[in-house]
Design a protein around this ligand. Sequence first.
Ligand SMILES: CC(C)(COP(=O)(O)OP(=O)(O)OC[C@H]1O[C@@H](n2cnc3c(N)ncnc32)[C@H](O)[C@@H]1OP(=O)(O)O)[C@@H](O)C(=O)NCCC(=O)NCCS
Length: 181
Amino acid sequence: MFSLPLRDNAHLRPLEVWHADEFAAHLDRAREHIRPWVGSRFITDDVDGARDTLRRYAERQAADGARLYGIWRDGTLVGGVLFVAFDAASGSCEAGCWLEPAAEGDGLVTEACRTLLDWAFTTRGLHRAEWRCRADNARSAAVAERLGMTLEGVQREAWPYEGTRYDKQNWAVLATEWRAR
Ligand SMILES: CC(C)(COP(=O)(O)OP(=O)(O)OC[C@H]1O[C@@H](n2cnc3c(N)ncnc32)[C@H](O)[C@@H]1OP(=O)(O)O)[C@@H](O)C(=O)NCCC(=O)NCCS
């Protein structure tokens, strides 16, 4: 199983069905922190729910679609990055991320996303990588910016959450821009 170093003590690895217990324990630490900002399907309450998420991504990866990777720091799963969508035929993908609170502020997600985008652009020859976040999610938008993405537009009131509709930002970087960095 591959394990890519992000820092001395942090690694990026595939997050798979056999991690269900670990993923559920991590979600117990992350759930309320990430709930407002990620898709509601990602928020599960127990090991069965965590396993369902991992199985869903495994099935999509088997079809060369979405993919999920975990970030481990000092041996503990603290978050991850993903291809929310991956479409080789159209040359486009969408990346995403999350962390438990204790792992924020260390550059782990930006570094992990660089690995994903490098693979998408260099190995897979994709043309475009997208990033979508709630417009008031400053930390997520900062990751998109650090990745060299451009804010292409705002979908007004496109993100419903607990009775309020929030604006959604669409960011993207092109392969030509990625290579020029
Ligand atoms: C979005 C989220 C993953 C961003 O986490 P983050 O820690 O801010 O992002 P990074 O891992 O890229 O780290 C960047 C931070 O580490 C700091 N940092 C330290 N060393 C760094 C390095 N070598 N490289 C880059 N940043 C570094 C940066 O200064 C920045 O901190 P600051 O914002 O306080 O200045 C996190 O806030 C989160 O999980 N939020 C809830 C879920 C969510 O919003 N997911 C995205 C849905 S669209």
